[in-house]
Structure formats: structure tokens, C-alpha cells
Design a protein around this ligand. Structure first.
Ligand code: SDX
Length: 467
């Protein structure tokens, strides 16, 4: 196995063997030692005329990066990039997005192929381990996850502390963070085995906590996981079955659920994943880190958009009102935005939205829903928006959240549960990115700086002298 200490930039170095492991610090990435000259950029400070040179690094695909880690030490200046529109905060091999071409790859496999040919637990294995599992690895992984789906019996008592009408994301943030109060044998982030067990527990138990959250909100009894069911069948069973009668999972809906989980599994360094990475950089335990990701995902600008789309479609209520809402969404003085439209990275159609739209038609067809008024409004809204110069010029297309709510509503989920389902799926992405960060040899605590615009130092004014 070749270990590379990622601290050299295509510089000559040495290869040594330690206990059968080949250690090298000679090159970056997966290519052989590069004979290419080190690429650099030069920055000129026009105020002083001083020139500074910074290395440029190349990934396997996608934009190159300027390594500015020494910029402050050398120039006494910070970079300024609120919202991180031009900042690569880390190196990662998990997910690649090309926003202009509408490409999404997980470990090199396209989301379209994975959604059509794979299943969610197989994608979980791929995200966690970097390769698709062979039949034996898949069988073992499915068994492990299945056997971790139960939560500690005492966790049920947490729910009684919440109001029944609590927002399910408030309950999920609390109960996922509370996993750290029970699973003390998977908190040591320096132990690879404990990291792996924590990852398995999170992938397996977040769906159970999500189903318990839903059952508690409607006053129905909790349903235990069933090991003979697949991941998505089990989730639907825990959510919709009742002890008073048999519940048969509809295979079309189970497949749709599984595909929706695949579409939401990971998405590069989005807001919630960056939150998990920053929380993890302080060496917080994995359960606390995933709880921080759930909190960030809750926002309507992020994962909360699927719930916001349904609320928006209900507010529009009729196709004749669409032009008024499109007008409002362009008005800078109006806070209204077309929820489910736009994306920081995709300046083309979100590839997930296309698959979601197909799944939407499949599910509504299977459920015999001929004309769903909300779907009619959504399709008309999409048609009009995609022809509107404002949306064309700003490259605003439907994103993953635009159609998901319509499917989930048709499947019987209340709107307030939509972002919880997003969190169930994204847990594997968060935990895969957290694991990658913790295993990064140069990993350090994240600590951004600022452009200070406050008051210079001033003397304290005693109370009796203040006006
Ligand atoms: C997710 O990052 C990820 O990968 C996220 C995600 C994942 O899988 O993790 O893909 C999941 O969060 C999808 C996005 C869900 N959010 C929504 O659907 C909410 C509605 N969308 C917007 O809030 C917005 O598009 C964002 C937040 C998604 C992106 O915002 P940006 O990149 O900061 O872009 P911006 O707000 O600067 O918008 C650029 C311009 C602005 O106009 P100008 O100031 O240039 O004149 O486009 C306008 C915005 O006003 N604009 C919109 C709009 N989105 C952007 N105008 C109307 N409706 C919209 N939805």
C-alpha cells in the first residue's frame, strides 16, 4: 500500500518501506512523480510593488487551486471570500460536481448511473470506502448496517420531552446528538475501528430516529426495525406500519425512496457538509458533528428548501398566480424567492432534478394520482421560469429540491418531514467526508479570519459619564 504524506507539491523526494508499507512524500494525487515544473501564480501588491509567488495544485479533474496557505505569513493580508464562492476549503476524493455541465460523480460514478443501476446501501459503501462493493463485501455491509438499525431502548424517553407539534428537525438534531450519550465505544476518533463503527451506527440509526420522530408527532406507537427488509423498505415500514394490521411495503415506492436517498447522499462541500467538517476539525465526536450538519441542513436556503417548495406551491395555489410570483421573485425589495430554483454550483440543470422529475411521474402513476394540482403548478412554473430572461441570464434552474416534495407528499410524508428525509440520506455523505477529513495527515482545526470593520481601540466610559 502506498501512503503519501501530502506535504510536497510535485517536488523530488524519497520512497521508503516501513513494515511493508511504502511511504512516499514525493508527489500529490494519484499520478506518478510529475516531471512537470511546479506551477505558480504571482501576486503583485500594487501598494508596495512587492511580488509574491504561490504554488498551483492540480486535482484529478476540475479547476486547479492556488495554495494560499502561506499568504498571510508572506503578505500580512487575508483573502476575502464571504460565502466561499471561490474557495476550496479542503482536498476530497468523494464527490465531484461540474456545475456548468450539470455533472455529479460519486467516486467517479455518475449520479444518473448510480440512481438507475445501484441501491442506497451500495452507494453508502462506495462513498465510505471509495469502491463499489463486490458481492461478498456488499452482503457483509448490508448485514452490518441492518444489525445497527435499533437504537438504545432508553432513547425512546427523549421523545416524551418534546411537544408533539415540535418541528421534526428540532427532534432529529437533539436525538442524533444524543447518540453520543449512549455509544461511548465509538467516540474515539483516533481509532479507525471506532470511526468505522460510528459511521455504521449513524447510517443505520438516523433512519430509525427519523421514523420515531414521525411516529411521535402523530401519536402512533413506535415501530421497531425489521431485519428481513431492505434499508428503504424498513424505513417505510417503521414510518407507515401500525401494530394493528399487516403492512406490505409497495416495491415501487420502496424503489423510489431508495432512489431519493441516492440522489441526496452527498454533494461535495455544501453548507451542511462544510459544517460537519468544521465541527469535526475541532475533534468533536462523530455524533455531535452529524448533529451540526442536520442543524445547517434545516435552513430553507439549503435542505429546508424541499419543505419550502411545497409551502410555496400551496401559496401559489393556482397556475394563474404564477406570473405574479415570478415577478416577486425578481424584485430585490421582496424577500420571496422561487424555492427549488437556483444553486451555488449548478449553472445548468441539476442532474438530480431530472431524475427526481422522472421519479415523480413514476410514483404518481403508481399511486394512480392522475392530476396532482401541485405537480401541475410545478411543471407550469418550471416551463415559464426556464423561458424567463431573468432566470436564463442568472442561470437559475430547478434543483434537487424542486420535485422531491411532490413525491414525498404523494408517498404520505407530511411537509415537515421532508428535510428529515434529506438528512437520512445525507448522513452517509457527511460521515464519509468527516472520515476523509480525520484521516487527512495534515488535518488541523479550521479557523477562518475576517476583515475587521469595527471600532479601533477606545477607552472605557464609566456609566455616570455616558449620555
Ligand atoms: C441545496 O450547495 C449544495 O450542494 C446544496 C444542495 C446539496 O445537495 O447539498 O444542492 C442542496 O441546498 C439546493 C438549493 C436549495 N435552495 C433553494 O432552492 C432556495 C432557493 N435558491 C436560492 O436561495 C439560491 O439559489 C441558493 C441559496 C440556492 C444559491 O444562492 P447563491 O449561490 O448565493 O446565489 P445568489 O443568492 O447570489 O443568487 C445569484 C442571483 C441573485 O440575484 P443578483 O443579486 O445577482 O441580482 O440569482 C438570484 C439572486 O437574487 N437568485 C434567485 C434565486 N436564486 C438566486 N432569484 C429568484 N429565485 C431564486 N430561487
Amino acid at each position: 500500500m502506498l501512503h503519501r504524506k501530502k506535504n510536497c507539491l510535485n517536488a523530488p523526494g524519497t520512497l521508503e518501506f516501513h513494515e511493508g508499507i511504502l511511504w512516499g512524500d514525493i508527489f500529490m494525487g494519484d499520478s506518478a512523480p510529475s516531471s512537470k515544473p511546479q506551477q505558480t501564480v504571482t501576486l503583485t501588491d500594487n501598494a508596495t510593488g512587492r511580488k509574491f509567488e504561490f504554488p498551483v495544485r492540480e486535482g484529478s479533474i476540475g479547476p486547479r487551486v492556488i495554495d494560499i496557505s502561506k499568504l498571510y505569513a508572506e503578505t500580512g493580508m487575508f483573502t476575502y471570500d464571504p460565502g466561499f464562492t471561490s474557495t476550496a476549503a479542503c482536498e476530497s476524493a468523494v464527490t465531484y460536481i461540474d456545475g456548468d455541465k450539470g455533472i455529479l460523480l460519486h467516486r467517479g460514478y455518475s449520479i444518473k448511473e448510480l440512481a438507475k443501476k445501484s441501491d442506497f446501501l451500495e452507494v453508502c459503501y462506495l462513498l465510505l470506502h471509495g469502491e463499489l462493493p463486490n458481492p461478498e463485501q456488499k452482503k457483509e455491509f448490508v448485514t452490518i448496517i441492518t444489525r445497527h438499525t435499533m437504537v438504545h431502548e432508553q432513547m425512546q424517553f427523549f421523545f416524551r420531552g418534546f411537544r408533539r407539534d415540535s418541528h421534526p428537525m428540532a427532534v432529529l438534531v437533539g436525538t442524533v446528538g444524543a447518540l453520543a450519550a449512549f455509544y461511548h465505544d465509538s467516540l474515539d476518533i483516533d481509532d479507525p475501528r471506532q470511526r468505522e463503527i460510528a459511521a455504521h451506527r449513524l447510517i443505520a440509526k438516523v433512519p430509525t430516529l427519523a421514523a420515531l420522530t414521525y411516529k411521535y408527532s402523530i401519536g402512533q406507537p413506535f415501530v421497531y426495525p425489521r431485519n428481513e427488509l431492505s434499508f428503504s423498505e424498513n424505513f417505510l415500514h417503521m414510518t407507515f406500519s401500525v401494530p394493528t394490521e399487516p403492512y406490505k411495503v409497495n416495491p415501487i415506492l420502496a424503489r423510489a425512496m431508495d432512489r431519493i436517498f441516492i440522489l441526496h447522499a452527498d454533494h461535495e462541500q455544501n453548507a451542511s457538509t462544510s459544517t460537519v467538517r468544521l465541527a469535526g476539525s475541532s475533534r468533536a465526536n462523530p455524533f455531535a458533528c452529524i448533529a451540526s450538519g442536520i442543524a445547517s441542513l434545516w435552513g430553507p436556503a439549503h435542505g429546508g428548501a424541499n419543505e419550502a417548495v411545497l409551502l410555496m406551491l400551496n401559496k401559489i395555489a393556482d397556475k394563474k398566480n404564477i406570473p405574479e410570483y415570478i415577478k416577486r421573485s425578481k424584485d430585490k425589495n421582496d424577500s420571496f424567492r422561487l424555492m427549488g430554483f437556483g444553486h451555488r454550483v449548478y449553472k445548468n440543470y441539476d442532474p438530480r432534478a431530472e431524475i427526481m422529475r422522472e421519479t415523480c411521474h413514476e410514483v404518481l402513476g403508481e399511486l394512480g394520482i392522475k392530476n396532482d394540482p401541485l405537480l401541475d403548478i410545478a411543471l407550469e412554473l418550471e416551463r415559464i421560469a426556464l423561458q424567463d430572461p431573468y432566470f436564463i441570464e442568472k442561470k437559475l434552474y430547478p434543483n434537487v429540491d424542486f420535485y422531491s416534495g411532490i413525491i414525498l407528499k404523494a408517498m404520505g410524508f407530511p411537509t415537515s418531514m421532508f428535510t428529515v428525509l434529506f438528512a437520512v440520506a445525507r448522513t452517509v455523505g457527511w460521515v464519509s467526508q468527516w472520515k476523509e477529513m480525520i484521516e487527512e495527515p495534515t488535518q488541523k482545526i479550521g479557523r477562518p479570519r475576517q476583515l475587521y470593520t469595527g471600532s479601533p481601540e477606545r477607552a472605557f466610559v464609566p456609566l455616570d459619564q455616558r449620555k
